[in-house]
Design a protein around this ligand. Structure first.
Ligand code: AKG
Length: 246
């Protein structure tokens, strides 16, 4: 990690619900992540439980890897690195615990979109001291399906949801944000750069129709003090039953 001015990052995160952190991983670390993802998909994935992944519509290409912290030692160790946990602590207002390591692969040509949503519809935590570090493994451009975030939307609480019918993103917002795309925070990133978004920040991404993959590695953390909200959990369970991730 080569992160400068954490105080300013934290202030921007509290204000906007999202912040860009250049050089979260070095070029060597990005290469190691890519090599291990390739190896895991090639050698291990077929033998893992179905909750380890979601495929694109072709039923072959990986859309998401889930639970890497459980199924892969390299990614558990990365997510629990002491320097990353120490950096994350003030963002979750307490002691951070790794909750998940995932990918959103957004493969070339067939990478599907992600509907407007708030992650806390999935995480169901109160207070919402939970976040995602979204690390670019490929370059993220305007063309290959960057994540767009509605700045400040984490301050409005949870918006009404509806089942989305999208495999891997089963619960979306009942209504998309009225904030024009041009005014949203666009997560354009070089490999190794990251965004950090709070779990109630509204975000979405478009399909990838380009020839270039847009692979993101996600580290998800919460403060040890957060609790599960039963009402949020009930809505999530209904959405997952309607559209299972696998
Ligand atoms: O990578 C994407 O396109 C969407 C990511 C996302 O929804 C998330 O980070 O919660």
């Amino acid at each position: 990690m080569n992160i400068k001015n954490t105080t300013m990052l934290l202030a921007n995160y509290e204000h906007d619900g999202v912040v860009r952190t250049p050089h979260f991983l070095s070029a060597d670390e990005v290469a190691a992540v890519r090599a291990e993802l390739d190896r895991y998909i090639r050698d291990d994935l077929a033998a893992q439980p179905v909750d380890a992944r979601t495929f694109e519509k072709d039923e072959t290409t990986v859309r998401n890897l889930w639970r890497l912290e459980k199924y892969n030692e390299f990614f558990r160790q990365l997510g629990e690195r002491a320097d990353i946990l120490a950096f994350i602590a003030p963002f979750v207002h307490g002691e951070p615990v790794l909750v998940g390591v995932e990918t959103f692969n957004k493969p070339a040509r067939i990478g599907s979109g992600v509907p407007y949503h708030q992650d806390n519809a999935y995480f169901c935590q109160t207070p919402p001291d939970m976040l995602t570090v979204w690390i670019a493994i490929d370059e993220v451009t305007e063309a290959n399906g960057p994540v767009f975030f509605v700045k400040g939307s984490h301050k409005g609480g949870m918006a009404p949801t509806k089942p989305s019918g999208v495999r891997g993103n089963s619960i979306g917002l009942a209504e998309p944000s009225a904030v024009p795309l041009a005014e949203q925070f666009c997560g354009l990133l070089n490999p190794g750069d990251a965004t950090i978004h709070q779990c109630e920040t509204i975000h979405h991404s478009a399909p990838n129709t380009t020839e270039l993959s847009r692979l993101g590695l996600l580290l998800v953390y919460r403060g040890t003090h957060t609790l599960t909200d039963p009402k949020l959990k009930e809505a999530y369970a209904a959405a997952v039953a309607a559209t299972p991730p696998t």
